[in-house]
Design a protein around this ligand. Sequence first.
Ligand code: HEC
Length: 149
Amino acid sequence: MKSGKIYSATLAALAFLFAAHAAQSQDLAQDLALGEKVYKKCKACHAVGEGAKNKIGPQQNDLFGRVAGTAEGYKYSKAMIAAGEAGLIWTDASLTEYLKKPKAFVPKTKMSFSGLKKDEQIAAVIAYLKTFDTDGMPEEDASSYQPGS
Ligand code: HEC
């Protein structure tokens, strides 16, 4: 009898862990779906993914950890280059501020976008952008990302 109890306790613990894990990946999947939707606004000017080119705005593969104003071959505003020289690096925190109100965070940026109003839209588009590495191929495990790495 005793071992039966231990067995069912173990099973319950495993079920709990499994449920917690499933809920987490579901959150990420939901975030990514919302992020892809929000990114439609950015697509008017930006590209991301395999073979993404600079358009009106710079391409956005491997954005995280990149110094602002440094996508190869893109002609940035003086303001964005100066921000990068002053130490601006794209991370969760800096991108969150920039996307809220681009012109407040980088005065005189030539990105004519008024900003995203909802925190959840910003978080989702960040999660979405993180899935693209240097070649624009989806990272194997987007959740392994370390800010600033
Ligand atoms: C109307 C066009 C337009 C839209 C829409 C737009 N951007 Fe931009 N974006 C630009 C331009 C132009 C720049 C270059 C800014 C500069 O040089 O000052 C830029 C720059 C950026 C940068 C800095 C990149 C770097 O290499 O330093 C990021 C990050 C960025 N945009 C993210 C976004 C995201 C995310 C969205 C959607 C939520 C978005 N942008 C929507 C035009 C746009």
